[in-house]
Design a protein around this ligand. Structure first.
Ligand code: GLC
Length: 675
């Protein structure tokens, strides 16, 4: 260790436990290096001013942040289903951090999309804990390989923005283990330098002073040995936080030091407890002094990476009459998103970019090289309001296709949506246009689920552009003209209406949110309760068509399998396919989902060729969390292994029989309580 804790006075040690301002750590009278923390998950958001902005300031993006690459949001990263893209995303953002002397990037967030209303869903990966954890792990690896730290956040059960600072998330143990802790448990394998606790109480105790989750679960059970940092302003009692093994209180608090000295003098906290936190912070500071900080992408290459990732995260949802790709005829392009696309959400994930957008019709014409023609209408549509459409109507009559680029109202930190529909006028607008010209393609720029059911039957094409950063329109244009086959798949179900979502009946109130839906979140809910959805989890179309065949299951042990299956590309398009592996416990003593995602693979399959894919399954692919045993438990009996191109489109399946020794089985009485 470069920094010797014994060389620090008690006062210096206590000073290290709290930030120096909004972004910097203390230096103990210059005895340690100054460390700089900065957001965020969609790219570097380094404040130019060191003042503490109000949330209103932040949401109005009043505070200028240093120019950086606006990368696709983590919701788009998840829609790529590609660990390679998640890593590339992290590595690209790390270059902006190195260039701006930032030591720790405050990302990724792996909170579960419990409700489509959550204002920060664009910042998170998925409704599924396995996909969230695997993508979060890859993102962390991408950042930290370049000597920049990360912050796995927000630990835990922060699944909406309204009342986030004091509404207690009341969650049963099994639900916590199988849904809300699992993404962290998986992502921790990448050894994030910091974990950020959430604002909310969990079962009545603030996360920042919740010793069970911070110490017993995160540190002892999950083996986490890095720094636990508070969310900004999430600490209510400094000494209780340190006793719960939260190490670093952010941002600077002028009361912190005096409160800690008082608590120490009154014997409420020991020097040993203080030293535990200080040592973790000294280790973090030392990690930031490494020789791995080498920039590998130029500014232009970072933009290219943003485009490349967006191409893999854009999802083709509807392609009636193969209206896409557009390779001939005349298409009118309409909507403000066409030339001023929404790149991401507001709040701490906001990114200032200097990249000058090129109107999508220009890119479309350039790529099309005269085969098809794209003309831009002057009308503006952005969800919630739109200008006169007089300019569009005549164009729509004499064009072959209409490309509507539609955005949604702002999404961001500190507020939740109240609806998942487009505005009534935008919905009416789509219907009206389709009466004039039936060949309507909607490109939807949204950071979280939208109920498309009121108008989806009126359009022939629907492309989910997501919140996909500064390269979104370049990526979209490549897909629209067929340069790239779309390969994204939904990491969040698109429900038919809000009343059908699991959260709808469990809204809670200002002080408490009961997670009564339990483990039945996202597709787990829609399938268990047979709720129809517009587009299911894992769904996404391609320009190629794939057939799956030849599923073989190789058994290495009772809970150790390798699946192999073939995917054939029957088209002339080279294309990537995301195949998904789900596991179903055919008969269980406890209530379990119809199926759960336990593996996936994204593979380039050349035109007219076949590729053999292999996916491993271990104990955790079959287990549920048994709260009597306080452990993951696999019941003997039949399980189904399901391989699909989405959660609803299962292509191959096989049954296996698990026969563990009786000593590893338990009487039903023990299991009866695990609802
Ligand atoms: C915010 C966010 C957190 C962010 C931090 C610093 O309140 O909850 O995600 O990293 O404060 O901006």
């Amino acid at each position: 260790m470069k920094y010797d804790i014994s060389k620090l006075t008690l006062e210096e040690k206590i000073s290290l436990l709290c930030g120096k301002d909004n972004w910097r750590l203390q230096t103990a009278n210059g005895k340690v290096k100054e460390v700089f923390l900065s957001d965020g998950p969609s790219g570097l958001r380094k404040m130019i001013a060191d003042v503490i902005p109000t949330l209103a300031d932040v949401n109005s993006n009043k505070f200028k942040t240093v120019p950086a690459t606006a990368m696709p949001t983590l919701s788009t990263i998840a829609n790529t289903w590609s660990e390679e893209m998640a890593k590339l995303d992290g590595s690209t953002i790390a270059d902006d951090c190195i260039e701006n002397d930032v030591d720790v990037l405050l990302a990724p967030g792996v909170n579960i999309k419990r409700t489509p209303l959550n204002g920060r869903n664009f910042e998170y990966f998925s409704e599924d804990p396995y996909l969230s954890g695997v993508m979060g792990k890859a993102f962390i690896e991408g950042v930290q390989e370049k000597g920049i730290g990360t912050s796995l956040k927000h630990f835990i059960a922060n699944n909406r923005e309204i009342d986030r600072c004091f509404q207690s998330s009341e969650v049963a143990e099994r639900t916590l283990r199988e849904i809300y802790l699992l993404p962290f448990e998986i992502a921790l394998k990448a050894k994030p330098w910091t974990v950020m606790c959430s604002y909310n109480p969990i079962n009545g105790i603030y996360a920042s002073e919740n010793k069970y989750f911070l110490h017993d679960v995160l540190r002892n059970e999950f083996g986490y040995d890095g720094v636990i940092v508070s969310d900004w302003g999430a600490v209510h009692s400094p000494y209780k936080a340190v006793k719960a093994t939260l190490d670093l209180t952010m941002p600077y608090s002028d009361k912190f030091y005096d409160q800690m000295i008082l608590a120490y003098n009154e014997g409420l906290i020991t020097e040993e407890e203080i030293d535990f936190a200080v040592q973790n912070i000294l280790t973090l500071i030392e990690k930031t002094e490494n020789d791995k900080k080498k920039i590998s992408f130029t500014k232009e290459e970072r933009h290219e990476n943003a485009v490349k990732i967006a191409k893999e995260g854009i999802v083709l949802l509807k392609n009636q009459d193969n209206i896409l790709p557009i390779t001939s005829g005349k298409t009118v392009v309409c909507g403000e998103e066409a030339y001023n696309p929404t790149l991401g959400g507001t709040g701490s994930a906001f990114v200032t970019t200097e990249y000058e957008q090129i109107s999508i019709d220009k890119t479309l014409n350039d790529l099309s090289k005269g085969k098809a023609e794209f003309v831009k209408s002057k009308c503006i549509i952005r969800n919630g309001f739109y200008m006169e459409i007089t300019d569009l109507l005549p164009l729509a009559y004499d064009c072959d296709n209409v490309l509507l680029c539609i955005g949604v109202e702002k999404m961001g930190e500190g507020y939740d949506r109240t609806s998942i529909r487009l505005s009534p006028r935008t919905e009416e607008y789509i219907r009206e246009i389709s009466k004039i010209n039936p060949n309507v393609i909607v490109c939807l720029y949204s950071g979280s689920a939208i109920d498309v059911s009121p108008w989806i039957d009126c359009v022939k094409g629907l492309v989910w552009a997501g919140f996909s950063g500064q390269g979104v329109n370049e990526a979209l244009a490549n897909i629209i003209v067929g340069e790239t086959s779309p390969s994204g798949k939904l990491a969040e179900t698109l429900p038919i209406n809000l009343e059908d979502t699991p959260f709808y009946l469990n809204n809670g109130n200002a002080s408490v949110s009961w997670y009564n839906e339990g483990i039945f979140v996202g597709y787990r809910y829609y399938e268990k309760y047979d709720k129809p959805v517009a587009y299911p989890f894992g769904f996404g179309l391609s320009y190629a068509n794939f057939t799956y065949s030849n599923l073989k299951i190789e058994k290495h042990g009772e809970l150790d399998y390798t699946l192999c299956y073939d995917i054939t590309n029957n088209s002339n398009f080279d294309a990537k396919e995301v195949s998904q592996v789900y596991v179903k416990d055919v008969f269980s003593m406890v209530l379990r989902p119809e199926k759960e995602l336990k593996g996936f693979s994204k593979d380039l399959i050349k035109a007219r060729s076949t590729k053999t894919i292999s996916v491993k399954l271990d104990k955790r692919a079959f287990a549920y969390y048994n709260t009597c045993l306080k452990d993951w438990h696999v019941e003997n009996g039949a399980f189904e292994i399901l391989v699909g191109s989405s959660s609803k489109d299962i292509k191959l399946k096989k049954k296996i029989d698990i026969k563990l020794p009786n000593s590893e089985q338990y009487s039903s009485s023990c299991m009866r309580y695990d609802k």
